[in-house]
Write a protein that binds this ligand. Structure first.
Ligand code: NI
Length: 185
């Protein structure tokens, strides 16, 4: 197992369409998944896609912020990330919502991105079992962000207002500015 280098925006590895995995139970896929989980944990990320570590395969790992079927305990250290091989996403409604995202391949920045509020995602787990889940909110947002990486799409490419692309160090100013609009005072 290894902690791998994460490609940053501008590297061609992030812009390619990744290939389907022929055998999800192959030993090299098991190793890849372990390395991705280790790399994600080291970088303190919420999710990671294989192209981010220069592997052009359709594999993503992420922590489902709610309703993670693999989440069995209240201790975050023991939460298992969701692993999806050859995932597909289907929107469950036309409703979109804006939310703030960051990306390990776009360090130091955050942007406000429109995403489907409610989706269904399907894929294979490393043991060959099918994962088929409905997700909404942050869970749906993270899944869409990770699966976009498999098609060479980074979150700034989804943004509709680039004035909402900000440095993390300035983020508190944007949030403070937005708060009076959302708070009923
Ligand atoms: Ni990302």
């Amino acid at each position: 197992m290894a902690i791998l280098k994460i490609a940053r925006m501008g590297h061609p590895a992030l812009r390619r369409r990744a290939e389907e995995v022929a055998d999800p139970e192959a030993p090299e896929i098991r190793r890849l998944v372990h390395d991705m989980i280790e790399t994600m944990a080291d970088a303190q990320g919420l999710g990671l896609a294989a192209p981010q570590i220069h592997i052009p395969k359709r594999v993503v790992v992420f922590h489902a912020p709610d309703g993670d079927a693999d989440r069995k305990t209240g201790d975050p250290e023991e939460w298992k990330p969701t692993v999806l091989i050859n995932p597909t996403i289907e929107p469950l409604s036309d409703e979109m919502a804006y939310g703030w995202e960051g990306c390990l391949s776009v360090p130091g920045l955050r942007g406000e991105v429109p995403r489907h509020v409610s989706i269904r995602y399907r894929g294979l787990a490393p043991d060959g079992r099918t994962i088929d889940r409905a997700a909404s909110g942050l869970h749906a947002r993270v899944a869409q962000h990770e699966c976009d990486h498999l098609d060479g799409i980074l979150y700034p490419m989804r943004m509709t207002d680039l004035s909402r692309l900000v440095f993390e160090s300035e983020f508190h100013r944007v949030v403070e500015e937005a708060e009076p609009e959302t708070a009923d005072v």
